[in-house]
Design a binder for this molecule. Structure first.
Ligand SMILES: [Zn+2]
Length: 481
């Protein structure tokens, strides 16, 4: 069955760049500080105050643009976006209107059909943030905190290339990973340093379209997906009820309500005319130094998607494992440092995502909490793969390393965990197991192979858990034949 309509989603993201100070003054950028303590005449827009561009904001904007494969403008300029709002004491934001810093990039994601989709980035421009107003619980008052005024943002606008709520969610996850790898933003949606506004509408096979709706106040990736799913259902119901007359409805803005999962009409959307953009008179046009762009291009690390592909192709990892290891750059770096001679990349990945992650999750801690250097995990993997210890004893070695920080081979020697492969010792253990479990042995001989596990367990126990499982299995099979 073909879908009765296509879903079209474009995404606007406001990304807070990770600078120490604000975009046009020397006030500190600090989340969660005492309200209204990081202010000066410039970020308050007092008469006569003059903005000066923070070079670090420009550098991080260029770097983010390059990570999104954008072209960086050789010359850009600043514009005032004028509007009144209580959290905007200046009455305007300094932004970039017709000459954005970055344009024509893309971000690759997994499409719903499993192929790679290139989501085009139309533009990314620098601007300053507003303050925040919030309601005081239990009172009728709203309060204003202007600390955020003037914080540097990069507004990243995609083309409407996303075809579902899931693709929109994957786009945001990928964007968050890319800026974390590039080191340009914390990308934390809860703290509001990555804010997104999906634009949603539907197209029907006869060419009819529902009007574009921009959704605001969405504070997590899962809520972006919820908001889009709600909009798709709501717009289709509207279209079924009103049909073609919808084409004349203007674009609108709706807010997302986390509690109900619904979007609520806020206003018809402003056009650029409503903002009366004009060139910022206090800042000259900006010539971007080509040397800065080339230095940032050269310093850009391998990005998460390229790294994930490399892990699949060069290391033979599953796409899932490669995704887990590359989701956080620190984990991927740790993993690669653990790849020492003698250990297979797949084996090290299994130990890391299995035993090590289980311990970290139990302690709710990150990769930096592993109490030994990465190479030690590679050495342990090599000991298991080289059959110096079996996998079960390997886990004991890891536990001990976690407490003592010792090298794995020292743990094996000290605790006498070396694997027993000596044919005589293995055979003796297997004979003892058959003697101790006569019923299981008879069952296996009669073709009931599920009883084999009991004999394996008994033989491994006789070898104090240190037997070579493959040798034990082969020997038992021989003896029972
Ligand atoms: Zn200031």
């Amino acid at each position: 069955m073909t879908a009765p309509f296509r879903v079209i989603v474009g995404m606007e993201v406001h990304l807070q760049l990770r600078t120490r100070t604000k975009a046009f003054c020397a006030c500190r950028v600090a989340y969660g500080d005492e309200p209204n303590t990081h202010l000066c005449p410039v970020c308050l827009g007092l008469p006569g105050a003059l903005p000066v561009l923070n070079a670090e904001a420009l550098r991080l904007g260029v770097r983010t643009g390059l990570a999104l494969r954008c072209a960086i403008a050789a010359r850009t300029k600043w514009d005032r976006k004028n509007y009144f709002y209580p959290d905007l004491p200046k009455g305007y934001q300094i932004s970039q209107y017709d000459k954005p810093l970055c344009a024509s990039g893309f971000l690759e994601i997994d499409a719903d059909d499993g192929t790679t989709k290139r989501v085009r980035i139309r533009r990314a421009h620098l601007e300053e943030d507003t303050g925040k107003s919030f309601h005081v619980a239990g009172t009728k008052h709203s309060r204003i905190d202007l600390n955020r005024c003037g914080t540097p943002l990069l507004e990243i606008v995609s083309e409407p290339d996303l075809a579902s709520a899931d693709e929109a969610a994957r786009y945001l996850e990928e964007l968050r990973k890319v800026v974390a790898y590039a080191g340009t933003s914390d990308g934390n949606m809860q703290e509001g340093n990555l804010r997104c506004e999906p634009n949603v509408n539907l197209v029907y096979p006869n060419g009819d379209r529902t009007p574009i709706v921009e959704v605001k106040n969405v504070n997590s990736v899962s809520n972006v997906a919820r908001a889009i799913r709600f909009e798709v259902a709501r717009q289709d119901a509207e279209y079924r009820a009103h049909g073609r007359t919808m084409a004349n409805t203007p674009r609108s803005t709706r807010g997302f309500d986390d509690a109900t999962g619904e979007t609520v009409h806020q206003r018809t959307k402003e056009s650029a005319d409503d903002y009366r953009y004009f060139p910022e008179p206090d800042l000259p046009p900006l010539d971007v130094d080509p040397a800065l762009v080339e230095a940032e291009r050269a310093a850009l690390p391998e990005l998460p998607r390229a790294r994930r592909t490399r892990y699949v192709e060069a290391f033979g990892l599953s796409a899932y494992d490669a995704g887990v290891l590359t989701a956080d750059r620190r984990v991927a770096d740790w993993y690669e440092q653990a790849l020492v001679a003698g250990a297979s990349p797949k084996g090290v990945a299994n130990w890391l995502t299995g035993e090590v992650f289980a311990r970290l999750n139990a302690e709710s801690r990150g990769i930096e909490a592993v109490p030994f250097p990465p190479a030690r995990l590679g050495e342990l993997t090599a000991l298991v793969e080289g059959k110096t210890v079996n996998a079960q004893a390997g886990k004991q070695v890891l536990r001990t390393m976690w407490e003592s920080g010792e090298a794995p081979k020292d743990v094996v020697a000290r605790l006498g965990l070396a694997q027993v492969s000596d044919p005589g010792a293995v055979k003796a253990a297997c004979e003892a197991a058959i003697a101790a479990e006569p019923n299981a042995a008879a069952a296996v001989r009669a073709g009931k192979l599920e009883a084999f596990g009991r004999l394996m367990g008994a033989a491994m126990k006789a070898l104090k858990g240190k037997g070579d499982p493959a040798a034990v299995k082969a020997t038992l099979t021989d003896l029972l034949r």
